[in-house]
Design a protein around this ligand. Structure first.
Ligand SMILES: *Cc1c(COP(=O)(O)O)cnc(C)c1O
Length: 821
């Protein structure tokens, strides 16, 4: 990696440089939570909606970071006497300008990809096709944002022969900022669609914004069959060289014929008068489009039809997901088969650290050789070793000739194998215990064989939890809060069915303030998994008071009787000032103190040094329903009066809170000091505006398809009967998994390959039957029970219930799979 002297970089952008020690740095950090090689880092402090990087400067200094980029209104702490600062009017803009300057030093071709869909796959496929023929640098995963683009482009170095970067935008004026950072010599637009439309007046406006990426480009690559794109590009860039593909003879690369055969697609193409055939190892339309963009680009780069034909045969799907699953012997297994490179290794390690922090899990990494790093092997292995030590990896299992032949460069418990098969034949699953295992290998190492040995075997019905969506939803709500308002996240009932510590870990990493659980046991489980955030227990029971003290769980106090009982336990343990949370009943008529009990409560508390009132709260009965808004306002007023009175009586301040998810959206004036977010995090709430993302997907698969003659009956009690010859699919999910039995007999349906397939007959304990007549369905195909395409709200409506009940009814025997994209 190239080193830059601090004083040199300060010349690149308009800034005021404060230099105490003119040192050099190699890499950039924007996320204070994942720091590697601090002594060689420049930290860019960005003030975002939910995080302000400036707040972490002192702690980063403690960790060894010495170079910082800060906003001009930041007060430089005098005690950090070895720190250097680039002081700028706006750190995000200056960051982009700085990387644009670095970009200008390199003359190798750079591809810049934009478009509504397919950017990441096209980028990865181009890299797959290029293989070892060029040293490439590309955006890791989908790093295409205002921050992701400069981080990606920063990787360019003197060995780079080709850069491939993607650019995504969600509002106006974003592209003009990142276009100079990529400054592509070859621009590409994949397509234009509905994604990220909300901040644009029209699709045209969005398209015009996207193609600003090409201002510096010599060539533009796109599909000329798309008329809107073709028109916009020709009009905006009449003098640039266009390189197109399409069915039309005027396209640079013409698609003459296309036949789908089984799982393949045979393409007959014509380029510069030569015709040739390419076999694409995929049959679907989306793969065809992505492949054509990639093939066109390869032709433009000068690769021959023969080379491309051979390379396309070996294209593999792009694994965007990083999956977390339960492993054998109390292990957790993180599976990431995204093409390995150093930056993406570092990202996956961050996830491993996040999930294993403060727990008794040791960190193990199973890693394959990394291709195309653009570094020599010794340098590469040295850097990997340093990274693994920083991330606290205690055991490395290396696979591949490069890692194996540099075994001596790794100074940790490490073992090496030449191939995946060698590893598999030596693997003793019983030897893995209480470990957090990251399995990270390039596709061709087929590490799925390794993970299947280490994962817990469950049946194939699973609940997938999209952690990106969860974090996006969290941030959606956070953006609605006043800067001082704290956030408590409700993770009761197994995180609304989504799993316990896995979700809590993500929330802890996101630096929320509090967690809420229903019972002490749930809190204990979180503590054992390493959750250190304060935890409120909403339904404390006398029997669990001891347990709560042992695990620093803070009770909700809802009656004088409970208060006496809790204080008695505290006295016997000689504990004082223990944090408690008072529940006020403002209308629910469930648990809590009513206003008439408050005087008694205050005088009791004043005689009890054993407890300290940390917060006082109440719960709204109908915050999601306009019909009850008057009542909600009354609850808020009553809460204000009561808490004022308590504060006067106690003589010290505490946190006040009353809003749940829908309250946050509908009663912003009642945030007080904290809010309690629940179902909204899981994607239910703001349906009208579609701002929330679907987090959970309940899925199974078809275990068998059979033909059933008309009027024969299907399933128990001869309930299912159809008046036509039918194809009936058996799906291994039943009421014991949480599939409500009322959905049987045509009331409910599941999605099979995008088509709705009604449930026939009674739902059984462990399976059910679908009518897939007329639907293209095969044994082994996936079935969606609810998820992004079949909203859980729809299911709730059919069952006359609420999504809360559906989520929490999914049985614990259903495997939970967490993923990051
Ligand atoms: C469950 C719960 C919440 C969260 O409610 P949502 O509607 O899911 O946001 C908040 N407060 C209390 C006391 C709860 O029990």
């Amino acid at each position: 990696m190239t080193e830059y002297l601090f004083s040199e970089v300060s010349q690149w952008i308009p800034c005021k440089a404060v230099i105490n020690q003119n040192i050099s740095f190699t890499h950039l950090i924007t996320d204070s939570r994942s720091v590697s090689n601090p002594a060689k880092a420049l930290f860019i402090a960005i003030a975002g909606q939910n995080h302000n990087g400036h707040n972490y400067i002192s702690s980063l200094y403690q960790q060894g970071v010495r170079c910082f980029m800060v906003d001009e209104d930041f007060a430089i702490p005098p005690q950090l006497n070895e720190a250097n600062y680039l002081v700028v009017p706006n750190t995000l803009l200056a960051f982009q300008q700085m990387v644009a300057q670095k970009r200008s030093f390199y003359t190798c071709p750079v591809i810049g990809i934009t478009g509504s869909n397919g950017k990441t796959i096209v980028k990865e496929w181009i890299a797959q096709l290029i293989g070892k023929s060029k040293v490439t640098v590309r955006s890791p995963r989908s790093y295409n944002s205002q921050i992701g683009v400069p981080l990606s482009v920063w990787q360019l170095n003197q060995d780079t022969e080709l850069g491939i970067f993607e650019a995504g935008i969600s509002q106006k004026e974003e592209m003009e900022k990142i276009a100079p950072v990529i400054s592509p010599t070859i621009g590409m637009i994949t397509n234009i669609g509905a994604a990220h439309q909300e901040n644009f007046l029209s699709e045209h406006e969005k398209l015009q914004e996207k193609i600003k990426l090409f201002e510096q480009s010599k060539y533009i690559v796109y599909c000329s069959d798309c008329i809107t794109i073709d028109r916009a590009i020709k009009k905006t860039y009449p003098n640039k060289q266009l390189f197109t593909w399409g069915v039309n003879a005027s396209a640079s690369v013409q698609v003459i014929r296309k036949n789908t055969l089984g799982n393949q697609c045979h393409l007959h193409l014509k380029y510069r008068g030569d015709e040739f055939e390419i076999v694409l190892p995929f049959a679907d339309e989306v793969a065809f489009e992505n492949a054509m963009h990639s093939i066109a680009l390869m032709l433009l780069l000068g690769y021959t039809a023969g080379y491309i034909t051979r390379a396309v045969k070996k294209l593999v799907p792009v694994a965007m997901r990083m999956e977390l699953k339960e492993g054998i012997n109390n292990c957790m297994v993180i599976n990431d088969s995204y093409n390995s490179d150093l930056l993406s290794l570092s990202l996956s390690l961050d996830f491993l650290v996040q999930q294993s922090e403060h727990s008794n899990h040791k960190r193990t990494l199973i890693l394959s050789d990394i291709y195309q790093s653009g570094m020599d092997d010794i340098n590469l292995c040295t850097q990997i070793n340093r990274l693994l030590k920083q991330k606290g990896i205690s055991k490395l299992i290396g696979v591949g000739k490069v890692l194996q032949s540099h075994a001596s460069l790794f100074d940790m418990d490490a073992i090496f194998y030449a191939s995946t098969d060698d590893l598999l034949s030596a693997l003793v699953p019983g030897k893995f215990k209480n470990e957090a295992i990251l399995i990270k290998g390039s596709r061709n190492f087929e590490f799925e064989k390794v993970s299947s040995v280490l994962e817990m075997k469950h049946h194939q019905t699973s609940l997938e939890i999209n952690l990106n969506a969860l974090v996006d939803n969290l941030n959606f709500y956070r953006a609605k809060l006043q800067p001082h308002t704290k956030l408590l996240a409700m993770v009761k009932a197994f995180s609304y069915g989504s799993g316990s510590f896995e979700i809590a870990k993500v929330l802890q990493h996101q630096k929320i303030d509090y967690l809420g659980v229903a019972f002490a046991d749930e809190g204990v489980e979180l503590r054992k998994a390493g959750i250190s955030l304060p935890i409120v227990v909403m339904n404390p029971e006398i029997k669990s008071f001891q347990l709560m003290l042992q695990h620093q769980l803070e009770p909700e106090i809802y009656s004088c009787k409970e208060l006496h009982q809790f204080v008695a336990v505290l006295k016997s343990e000689a504990i004082s000032d223990y944090p408690v949370h008072l529940k006020i009943d403002t209308g629910m008529n469930r648990l809590g103190f009513v206003p008439s009990q408050v005087d008694e409560l205050i005088s009791l508390l004043n005689q009890m040094p054993q407890v300290h009132v940390k917060s006082v709260f109440s719960h709204l009965v109908g915050s999601d329903n306009m019909q009850f808004d008057d009542f909600t306002h009354e609850q808020i007023v009553a809460f204000t009066h009561t808490t004022d009175k308590i504060e006067q009586g106690l003589g010290y301040p505490f946190i006040r809170h009353i809003l749940n998810s829908s309250g946050i959206l509908r009663f912003p004036q009642a945030q007080f000091d904290m809010v309690r977010l629940g179902i909204g995090m899981y994607g239910i709430g703001d349906t009208a505006l579609h701002k929330l993302k679907c987090v959970t997907r309940f899925k199974s698969y078809i275990s068998q398809i059979r033909q059933v003659k008309a009027y024969q009956t299907i399933g128990y009690n001869r309930k299912g009967q159809l008046n036509y010859d039918a194809d009936i699919a058996v799906v291994p999910v039943g009421y014991a998994d949480g599939l409500n039995r009322k959905l049987g007999n045509g009331v409910g349906a599941m999605l099979v390959n995008g088509h709705s397939a009604p449930i026939v007959g009674n739902i059984c304990m462990d399976m059910c039957m679908l009518d897939v007549t007329g639907i293209k369905a095969n044994e082994g195909d996936e079935v969606e029970i609810f998820g992004p395409k079949l909203p859980v709200t729809q299911l709730a409506r059919i069952l006359d219930t609420i999504p809360y009940e559906i989520f929490t009814s999914i049985s614990r025997r259903v495997k939970r799979v967490y993923f990051y994209e």
